[in-house]
Design a protein around this ligand. Structure first.
Ligand code: NAD
Length: 530
């Protein structure tokens, strides 16, 4: 990676753990620090972006698409370096970083390169409203201008790019405020975009923690935020004060429902991965499992067997399945949730060994976790899995929906039709049947939560729609005729309007036919004084 970064200024007010730096969670080694962008630096970055944006937006959509297509080639060429950097800053295994972080990014880029020019193309249609029969209408999709993207550390490459790539393709300039815990990945992404031909001012990165993110919310035309519910609320309030839109991708407490007819071995493998990959630090991880009573013991045995084989270690070791968590404070939160569950009567049925280090939390499976435990009521963002026995599918659905969050969910069943019926009763932005967690990585499946899990969507056409404001243009081709509803009021006009309403909306054919002469006079020869 090209080394652009310099030492962080000394004496800055932010706590040490919130200074942007590249740190290996497995060893604690810090190999690079980055300068913090203060309010003034953010203002300058956005002003530069604003000045450059009209030229970028004026390029044909296909030319912008060609630049992003080149970006995929640049990233593909640097995939090994990118995966190693994600693994080193984030803690996850290199193979996982290559498949998930780099793989999903390339998939998203390919999808948006193909989909965006089609999405932006204006299409004309005639109004379906009888009173507006003369109108031809089109929707023009215009970029917002400068969009701010504030992103977390858990998937530091594809999460910001889920919004940045479509935003750029739609003609916006982008200023990204990456997580202060993964600044190096943000620099690598920026280099690949610039090397591909995205102008320097059209894609910029400003480093820093909350204060830098807050400053960005004060300058841009739209904010795309991915992170915790608590910060999301602050971002939403900042945007509301300025009356600018924001899209919020927030936390989840995703349920996995294992029905009695499920392939239990398949469900155990899938849920093991969906909870413990990325050391459990995934927004759409399976965080609460509800199992029908008749298969609970067998499922638990299979799950313990599947997770029991996994090896915990540094992400840089090829034999590692589960790496460390990103920072000691994240570990402390999951440890407190675990202690709270144990104090309320939970039983530990599996706890894996970990190497020494301040970021490792032993992957753990709990049963008998009381419904009021923090492990059930809060988002658990680490390798801790409560498994709960339920009477039947109705209780599973009730328990699954018993949360303020609604990001995604999974249903495991041998009967797909039944799975879809259960999915329809779940309060979640997406539901996977016989898989979990992957919905957030599929390019054309819109991703975004219900309830306190967020507002808006990324991916697919709905994700593209978030990157534009839509202008309706309606053209009247018949300038010789004034509109029937223009001035010229009087008893005759009123009778004609009345006849029009009967003709347009009445159900009796005879009444409609009787109204027709007045309607024709209203439309083609209105008695006009003005
Ligand atoms: P976080 O809320 O602590 O931080 C997210 C980003 O916001 C960081 O870049 C941070 O510096 C910035 N920030 C902090 N305070 C700010 C402020 N006042 N104004 C503007 N920006 C501010 O979240 P995190 O710990 O980085 O990420 C973990 C959370 O993200 C989890 O809750 C997880 O579920 C969620 N997440 C959601 C999705 C999704 O798609 N829904 C995806 C990934 C992660």
């Amino acid at each position: 990676m090209t080394n652009h970064a310099t030492e962080a200024p000394t004496g800055h007010a932010q706590p040490a753990s919130r200074l942007p730096e590249s740190r290996d969670p497995a060893t604690g080694e810090v190999w690079q620090r980055y300068p913090v962008a203060d309010e003034q630096a953010v203002r300058i970055a956005v002003a530069r972006a604003r000045a450059a944006q009209p030229d970028w937006a004026a390029r044909p959509a296909l030319m912008r698409a060609e630049v992003i297509r080149l970006f995929t080639q640049k990233l593909l060429a640097r995939r090994e370096e990118a995966a190693c950097l994600v693994a080193r800053e984030n803690g996850k295994p290199v193979g996982e970083a290559l498949g998930v972080d780099v793989g999903v990014t390339l998939g998203l880029a390919d999808y948006f390169v193909g989909a965006t020019p089609r999405f932006l193309r204006a299409r004309w249609h005639r109004s379906s409203m009888l009173a507006a029969w003369r109108k031809r209408v089109t929707l023009v999709k215009e970029p917002y201008g400068v969009v701010g993207i504030i992103s977390p550390w858990n998937y530091p490459m594809f999460l910001p790019l889920s919004s940045a790539l479509p935003a750029l393709l739609c003609g916006n300039a982008v200023v990204n405020k990456p997580s202060e815990w993964t600044p190096g990945v943000a620099e690598l992404v920026k280099e690949c975009l610039h090397d591909a031909g995205v102008p320097l001012d059209i894609y910029q990165v400003v480093h820093g923690a909350g204060a830098t993110g807050a400053a960005l919310c004060e300058e841009v035309d739209k904010v795309f935020f991915t992170g915790s519910e608590a910060t999301g609320r602050k971002v939403a309030m900042a945007c509301a004060r300025r009356l600018i839109p924001c899209a919020l991708e927030l936390g989840g407490s995703d349920p996995a429902l294992v029905l009695a007819d499920a392939n239990l071995a398949h469900a155990a493998s899938g849920i093991a991965w969906a909870r413990f990959s990325n050391a459990g630090q995934t927004c759409v991880a399976a965080k609460r499992v509800f199992v029908e009573a008749s298969v609970h013991d067998e499922f638990l045995r299979l799950l313990i067997a599947a997770v029991g084989q996994l090896k915990v270690g540094p992400g840089t070791d090829d034999a590692t399945d589960i790496g460390p968590m990103i920072r000691p404070e994240q570990r402390a939160t999951i440890a407190a949730q675990h202690a709270d569950a144990m104090a309320r009567g939970a039983r530990e049925v599996l706890r894996l060994e970990t190497p020494p280090g301040d970021c490792y939390f032993p992957p753990t499976i709990l049963t008998d976790v009381s419904a009021d435990s923090r492990a059930m009521t809060d988002e658990t963002f680490g390798p801790l899995l409560p498994v709960t026995k339920v009477r039947d599918v109705d209780e599973a659905i009730a328990r699954a929906n018993d949360t303020t969050l609604g990001l995604s969910a999974s249903v495991w069943t041998g009967d797909v039709t039944r799975g879809i019926a259960v999915a329809q009763r779940l309060q979640a932005g997406s539901v996977l049947i016989n898989d979990a967690c992957t919905s957030a990585g599929i390019s054309d499946v819109p991703h975004g939560g219900f309830k306190a899990s967020g507002l808006g969507k990324v991916h697919g056409d709905l994700g593209l729609q978030e990157c534009v404001r839509t202008k309706a243009i309606a053209v009247d081709w018949f300038q010789a005729w004034r509109q029937p509803w223009w001035f010229g009021y009087g008893p005759e006009h009123r009778a004609e309007i009345d006849a029009f309403l009967c003709a347009a909306h009445g159900s009796a054919l005879l009444d409609r036919a009787r109204a027709l002469p007045k309607v024709l006079r209203l439309v083609f020869a209105p008695s006009r004084k003005v």
